[in-house]
Design a protein around this ligand. Structure first.
Ligand code: HEM
Length: 554
């Protein structure tokens, strides 16, 4: 139970991200079924019925996933409240968040039952009623629920926002299923133009509600760059623009199909795959948004533009490391050990991970972390340059993934100096600290994509799925970095660090999906898109390296 309380903050963001994803796919699937699959089935010939049944299946299983993630959310919050505030289960379950969660779960159970048992005959009004109930309950766990002024209107705006997310991003898996089942240009044009129009409705819902919420929750420009809430909405806007570019590309392709049914449609599918991938990253950004206070509520501890400029003014990187013994924790432990030895008593432990206290930090800890980021930056710049050389045709540079292995070993030893193998805290104990857990996850990620990408490039491993591991893990790493938090007491310092990590995360996401497009696009059918994608990811990797080189903590 203690471990659960320790990891609660991070776990609840991850579970909330999965809840938003499954909710969007369930609602998006229902709307796809009602407004596209069913009405167009007769015109799609023999594929029509299969598409309706497949769409009902996707929406049904997404509703089941929503049941699991929402039940986990309520259970997690209830368990932590009972453990930390000593409330009774009855009290906790009568709280608004729990009631809203239970209503969401019940609506999702009913939706799954209707979709998976009635499949293509599922009643439209029943499904729409359940979707409205689910969406209404979902808004009750947003920031709008806690507002005193204009609460109802804000709840409606939140609902519109999540509806837009469901129509557009949530509908893409059903769109991909449909594209995989149809063959002729006329069918592609029919489905493509209908989904384009639906997506436009989704975009308008998201934009109108997103801007409204930004005005209400962020208020001004200083709220954008000076608070964690503002920075995360900024990250969402950047990804939204990426999605608009891809969606725009697909809209133009559908228009071309209208003029020439023989137009190749591979790009339609590949852009939709990437839209869905970036959409998932936005869902996790939205989930971490709900865990921080709206900017308007954070009037103190904001970061000023001047502080951002000072912190990001380039300086020569720190290439020599402070000694491990001079770090705050080892120094404190040595002092406690000396005091205990003098008293012939058992030494006290300076820091217990997960015990709720933050580890002590001194100037050497900051120097240690900057040294880590700068050397990591040098390695990533090297990878980016080698990948660009390889892209330009230099054969030996194809071994560039191996440089990432050096980064993984470097991070394993140095990212958490208080834990094994450099520090006193044991390997297993260290996992109680969310930051250590995330660092170890990133090391594993780097080792995994290094192995696959090097084998694909250097040993001509011609396995289509193996080729997709690097882009997927790269995008996953970027997405997880969006939810990454630092155990630092000072809110301003935390945000100044986040201001470096957020563009790093966005570049990681762009690199992953750029490489995905380079692999999945047909260079003969889409030479320009393929070439652009092939240059985007190495440039993004290089940009990540330069960002790490400019990283500072003081
Ligand atoms: C495809 C693009 C987008 C998707 C899929 C998306 C999705 C979401 C979702 C699902 C939430 C609700 C999270 C929750 O409370 O459970 C959310 C929250 C939010 N979104 Fe978006 N969003 C997108 C773009 C935008 C844009 C462009 C803006 C700003 C112009 C924006 C502003 C916000 C704000 C301010 C919130 C916070 C609401 C709160 O804290 O209660 N979003 N977004």
């Amino acid at each position: 139970m203690e471990l659960l309380v320790d990891l609660f903050g991070y776990l609840s963001i991850v579970v909330h991200g999965l809840t938003i994803l499954s909710q969007s796919m369930a609602l998006g699937g229902v709307l796809f079924l009602i407004f596209l699959a069913r009405p167009l089935a007769p015109a799609l010939g023999r594929a029509g019925q299969g598409i309706v049944a497949g769409t009902a299946r996707i929406a049904g299983y997404a509703a089941l996933a929503l049941v699991a993630s929402e039940a986990a959310t309520v259970a997690l919050q209830a368990a932590v409240l009972i453990e930390t505030v000593d409330l009774s289960l009855g009290n906790v379950l009568s709280a608004e968040f729990a009631v809203a969660g239970l209503v969401k779960t019940a609506a999702a159970v009913s939706m799954a039952f209707v979709l998976l048992s009635w499949k293509d005959r599922a009643p439209v009004f029943g499904l729409l009623a359940l979707s409205v109930i689910e969406l209404a309950a979902a808004t009750l766990t947003t920031h709008a629920a806690a507002r005193l002024d204009g609460r109802e209107a804000l709840l409606a705006v939140e609902g519109l926002h999540q509806l837009g997310a469901a129509i557009w991003i949530g509908g893409i898996p059903c769109f991909l299923l449909t594209l995989a089942r149809i063959r002729d240009g006329a069918a592609f044009r029919l489905v493509g133009s209908r989904f384009s129009r639906m997506s436009m409705v989704g975009v308008i819902c998201i934009l109108v509600s997103g801007v409204t919420m930004s005005v209400v929750y962020i208020g001004d420009l200083a709220g954008f760059y000076g608070t964690a809430f503002g920075v995360m909405v900024g990250a969402k806007i950047v990804m939204f623009l990426m999605l608009l570019a891809l969606g725009g590309g697909n809209f133009l392709l559908v228009e071309r199909l209208r003029r020439n049914p023989a137009t190749p449609v591979n790009r339609l599918r590949r852009f939709a795959e990437v839209e869905f991938g970036i959409g998932i990253a936005i869902f996790f950004a939205a989930a971490s948004l709900t865990s921080v206070p709206p900017s308007v509520d954070l009037t103190r501890d904001r970061v000023s533009w001047h502080e951002i400029v000072v912190r990001n003014t380039p300086e020569w990187p720190r290439l020599s490391s402070p000694s491990h013994d001079d770090l705050a924790l080892p120094a404190l432990q040595a002092q406690l050990d000396a005091e205990a030895a003098a008293k012939k008593a058992a030494p006290q432990v300076a820091f217990t991970p997960g015990a709720g206290d933050l580890p002590p930090r001194n100037a050497d800890d900051i120097a240690w972390s900057e040294y880590n980021h700068h050397w990591a930056g040098l390695i990533v710049v090297l990878v980016g340059l080698l990948a660009l050389l390889n892209r330009a045709g230099v054969g030996w540079a194809r071994h560039w993934p191996l440089a990432f292995l050096g980064l993984a070993v470097f991070l394993f030893f140095r990212s958490d100096p208080e834990t094994w193998p450099m520090g006193d805290i044991g390997f297993l104990d260290s996992f109680r600290d969310v930051e250590v857990l995330q660092h170890r996850f990133f090391v594993l990620l780097i080792v995994a994509f290094t192995y696959f990408e090097w084998r694909v490039r250097a040993t001509n491993w011609n396995n289509q799925w193996a080729k997709l591991v690097f882009p997927l893990l790269c995008a996953a790493g970027g997405t997880m970095l969006l939810t990454h938090s630092h155990a630092i007491a000072n809110v301003k310092d935390q945000l100044l660090i986040e201001l470096t990590h957020t563009p790093l995360a966005l570049a990681g996401i762009a690199a992953g999906w750029g490489r995905w497009l380079e692999i999945r696009l047909n260079p003969r059918e889409n030479p320009i898109a393929w070439r652009v994608a092939g240059w985007v990811w190495p440039v993004c990797i290089l940009f990540c390296g330069l960002l790490l080189l400019g990283y500072r903590e003081a």
